[in-house]
Design a protein around this ligand. Structure first.
Ligand code: GDP
Ligand code: IMO
Ligand code: MG
Length: 442
C-alpha cells in the first residue's frame, strides 16, 4: 500500500483498515519524517516509524532495512503506545536499517538554511543526511549499535568527521563524542530485544503463507528517483521500494494498492500545478484539517491532479485505489479535476521530468458538479449522492484504475469497501470502463 500523491493521503487509516486481515505489517522506507494518523473510537494515534498495524495485538510489525531509525523518537513512540495500553512486544527492527544521529538532524536544518530560497522544506528530522551517509558508506546501522565495542570506535570516528563539517561549513558548535556515545549505548540496550534479521523473518512468514502488508510512507511524487526531484524525500516510497527496503523479491507481491486524497495536498517546497489560493483552498485546509502530523506545518491544498494520478498508476503498477477524504468536498458547488497540463502553449498529458518544465505547467481542468450534501455517514455506494458517485467514476475512468475503498472520515467505520482490496476481483464497481480518455494515452 503506497501513497499516490505527495504524502499524507491517509495511509495510516487505510493501513489500519487492511491490517485487520494482515498477519504482518512492514515499513520498508522513510523514517520519522512520516506521520500516520489512526483514529480508533475516541483515541488518535500518530505513528512515525512504527507500522500502523501495531494496534492489532496479534499482528507482527517490522521496521525494515530500508528505513532510517532515529532511536530517540522510536523509543518515545513505543512508550507512548505502552502508555495507551498498546503492546510493543510484536515490534521488530531490522538490524541493517541505518541510524539517524544528532549530527544528521543538525546538518539537515543547517543545510536547509544555507539553501535559502532553494530550500526543500524538509521535515528537519535528519532524513536526507542519514540516507546520504548510507550511500556514502559512512552510516551507522542498527547492527553496529548492537556491538558495543565496535560502536564506540565507529561513533568516535563519525562524530569527529561530522564535527569538522558542523564547525567549518555551518559554523555550529561541535558535538561532544562521549555524550553522544553514552546516549546511543543506552538506546542500543533498550532496542536490543526487538532487533532481528527482518528479511529472514518476512521470508518465513511468506513461506507460512501469511498475509503481509507493506505500508508505504511518503508518496509517489516524493520518490527520490521518480518524484518531483529535487523536491522529494531521500528514499523510494513507490511500490518497487517495498522489495528493496524489506529484502523480498518482487514475485511475492500479489497486489498493489494506492492511496489518494479526493483532492491534492503538499507540504514543503516545490511546484504544485493544481495548488489553490483563496476561499476554496481555505475550505479544503479547514475541512480537511490539513496540518502536518509530524511538523504541524500547514499543507498546501489544491484540486485533484489526474496527470499525477495516472503517473502513480504507471510507476507503481497499481491494482486499485483507496480514495480518502471525499467528505471534505461535501459543501462545494463544483469540483475541478486536472486532466492535462498546458506547457509552453502545448497540451502535456504526462508528468515532465524537468523540474523547470513542471514548474511552468498550468492545469487544464474538467469541472464536475458538487453534491452539496454530507457524506460522512454513507456506508455503501448506494448511500452516496449521485454526483459523488459520478466524481468517483470520473476518477476511476481517467486514471484507468478501479477504486476499491472510499473513505469519508477519519474513523474506521467511515469507509465504503467497494471490493475486497486484498483478495477481491480485479474489476470493481467503480472500475474504469474502456475510458473515453484513452485517446490521451500512451
Ligand atoms: P498519512 O501520512 O498518509 O498516513 O496521512 P496523515 O495521517 O498524515 O494525514 C491524513 C489525515 O486525514 C489524518 O488526520 C487522518 O485522520 C485524516 N483522514 C484520513 N481519512 C480521512 C477521511 O476520509 N476523511 C477525513 N475528513 N479525514 C481523514
Ligand atoms: P507521510 O508518510 C508529506 C516531505 C517534506 C519535504 C520533503 C523532504 O506522513 O505521508 P524530508 O524530511 O523527507 O527530507 O523532506 O518530503 N515529506 C512529507 N510530506 N508526508 C510525509 O510523510 C512526508 N515525509 C516527507 O515536507 O517536502
Ligand atoms: Mg502523514
Amino acid at each position: 500500500m503506497i501513497g499516490a500523491q505527495w504524502g499524507d493521503e491517509g495511509k495510516g487509516k487505510i493501513t489500519d483498515l487492511l491490517s485487520r486481515s494482515a498477519d504482518m505489517v512492514v515499513r520498508s522506507q522513510g523514517g520519522v519524517n512520516a506521520g500516520h494518523t489512526v483514529v480508533v473510537q475516541d483515541q488518535t494515534f500518530k505513528l512515525h516509524l512504527i507500522p500502523s498495524g501495531i494496534l492489532y495485538p496479534d499482528t507482527e510489525c517490522i521496521i525494515g532495512s530500508g528505513t532510517v531509525i532515529d532511536p530517540s523518537v522510536l523509543l518515545e513512540e513505543m512508550q507512548q503506545l505502552r502508555d495507551l495500553k498498546v503492546s510493543t512486544e510484536n515490534l521488530f527492527i531490522s538490524q541493517t536499517a541505518h541510524v539517524t544521529m544528532p549530527y544528521h538532524r543538525l546538518i539537515d536544518k543547517a543545510s536547509e538554511e544555507k539553501r535559502g530560497k532553494h530550500k526543500i522544506g524538509t521535515t528537519g528530522r535528519g532524513i536526507g543526511p542519514t540516507y546520504a551517509d548510507k550511500s556514502e558508506r559512512t552510516g551507522i546501522r542498527i547492527i553496529d549499535l548492537m556491538n558495543t565495542d565496535d560502536l564506540r570506535a565507529k561513533l568516535a570516528w563519525a562524530i569527529n568527521y561530522k564535527n569538522a563539517i558542523l564547525e567549518k561549513l555551518y559554523n555550529l558548535p561541535p558535538l561532544n563524542p562521549e555524550t553522544v556515545i553514552t546516549e546511543y549505548l543506552d538506546y542500543a540496550e533498550q532496542l536490543r530485544p526487538h532487533v532481528v534479521d527482518s528479511s529472514l523473518k518476512i521470508y518465513k512468514a511468506i513461506r507460512q503463507k501469511k498475509n503481509i502488508l507493506f505500508e508505504g510512507a511518503q508518496g509517489t511524487l516524493l520518490d527520490l528517483d521518480h518524484g518531483t526531484y529535487p523536491y522529494v524525500t531521500s528514499s523510494n516510497p513507490i511500490a518497487g521500494g517495498a522489495c528493496v527496503g524489506s529484502g523480498i523479491g518482487p514475485t511475492v507481491i500479489d497486489r498493489v494498492i494506492g492511496v489518494a486524497k479526493a483532492y491534492t495536498t503538499r507540504v514543503g517546497e516545490g511546484p504544485f500545478p493544481t495548488e489553490l489560493e483563496g476561499p476554496i483552498e481555505q475550505l479544503l485546509c479547514d475541512r480537511g484539517a490539513e496540518f502536518g502530523t509530524t511538523t504541524g506545518r500547514r499543507r498546501r491544498c489544491g484540486w485533484f491532479d489526474a496527470v499525477i494520478g495516472r503517473y502513480a498508476v504507471r510507476i507503481n503498477g497499481l491494482d486499485c485505489l483507496a480514495i480518502t477524504k471525499l467528505d471534505v468536498l461535501d459543501t462545494l458547488p463544483e469540483i475541478k479535476v486536472c486532466v492535462a497540463y498546458e506547457l509552453d502553449g502545448k497540451t502535456c498529458r504526462h508528468l515532465p521530468s524537468s523540474a523547470s518544465e513542471f514548474a511552468r505547467c498550468q492545469p487544464m481542468y474538467h469541472t464536475l458538479p458538487g453534491w452539496e450534501k454530507p457524506t460522512s455517514d454513507c456506508r455503501s455506494l448506494d448511500d452516496l449522492p449521485e454526483q459523488a458517485l459520478d466524481y468517483l467514476r470520473f476518477l476511476a475512468e481517467i486514471m484507468e484504475v478501479p477504486i476499491a475503498i472510499v473513505s469519508l472520515g477519519a474513523s474506521r467505520d467511515q469507509t465504503i469497501i467497494v471490493e475486497d482490496p486484498i483478495h477481491g476481483p480485479k474489476r470493481a464497481l467503480l472500475d474504469h470502463n474502456g475510458s473515453p480518455w484513452d485517446a490521451m494515452t500512451y
